[in-house]
Design a protein around this ligand. Sequence first.
Ligand code: NAD
Length: 278
Amino acid sequence: MHDDLKGKTALVTGAGKKSGIGYAIAERLAACGCNIVIADLGRPPETASPVRTGTREEMETIASELGERYTVKASAVEVDVTDTASVQQMQGIVRGRCGHIHILVNNAGASFGVPADILTYDEAAWIRTVDVNLFSVFRVSRAVLPLMLGEPGVIINTASRAGKVPPLFNSAYAAAKAGVIMLTKTMAKELASRGIRVNAICPGQIRTDLEQWRFGLEASFFGGTVEEREQEMCKTIPQGRIGLPEDAAMLVAFLASEEARYITGQAINVDGGQCMEL
Ligand code: NAD
C-alpha cells in the first residue's frame, strides 16, 4: 500500500459499477486511505449501448461500502462526461463537498456502433464514441483542474491497447484511445511546472462487462463461443490469462503515489505482455 496516499482525495469517473475497472481503481485508492468521489452516469446512456452503465443506486452503495470498509470519506456524483453542463455541475458539487482534488482518474469509456468497418460505421455512433472516450478527458480535466492546482496532483487517463495496436472494426474507439495517449502527453508537458503529473494506462484484455460483450461480438462475427474466443485471446498473451480489474487498479495506485514521482507523460501497458513495443 502507498502510505503517502492517505488523506488525499481522488475522483474516479466510470467507477459506478462493481464489475468495472473504475470500481477496482476506486477500491484500491480507498484501501490506500484516499477519500473517494465515485462519478458515473447513474442511468442508461442516451445512445443505445449493449453494455450497461452504473446506476444511481449502485453508485451510492459503492460509496457507502468503500467509506465504511476503509474508513475514508466516499461519495457519489452523477455526471455525463459527454455533456459539458453536466461536467460543470459535477465540478460544483465536488468543490462544495471536497474543496481540493489531488487525484483525477479519467476512466469512463464506451464503444458505440461496432463492429463496423469504415464504410459502414454510423457517423453519429463514431462521433459519440470519440466523445465519450476522448473529448471527455479534455472536458473533465479542464473542469477539475482548478480544484487541483496549488498542490502536487496526478491525473491518470484510462487509454487502451487499442490506442497502440489497431483492432478490427472498432476504428472510433481506437482513434479515440490513441488521442487519449497524445492528450496525456501534451497535458503532462503543460502541467509539469504546476506540479501535476499526467499518465495513461493502456489495459489489454481485462475481464469486465465491456470485455465480455466484445468477446460475445467476436463470437457472433467470427464463430465459436465466448469461451473459445477467450482461449484464443489468451494464446496471444505471454502471461496466458485475461487480466482482472485489480491488475489495472494496482498500476493506477502506483502512478498516483510518490513512488511514481518522476514518471509523467507515459502510456503504460497493463496487459500480461500482449503488447511489447520499444
Ligand atoms: P465498463 O463498461 O465496465 O465501465 C465503463 C464505465 O463508464 C461504466 O461504469 C459506465 O457507467 C461509465 N460511463 C459510460 N458512459 C459514461 C458517460 N457518458 N458518463 C459517465 N460515465 C460513463 O468498462 P471497463 O472495461 O471497466 O472500462 C473502463 C475503461 O477501461 C474504459 O475507458 C475502457 O475503454 C477502458 N479499457 C477497458 C479494457 C477492458 O479490457 N475491459 C481494455 C482497455 C481499455
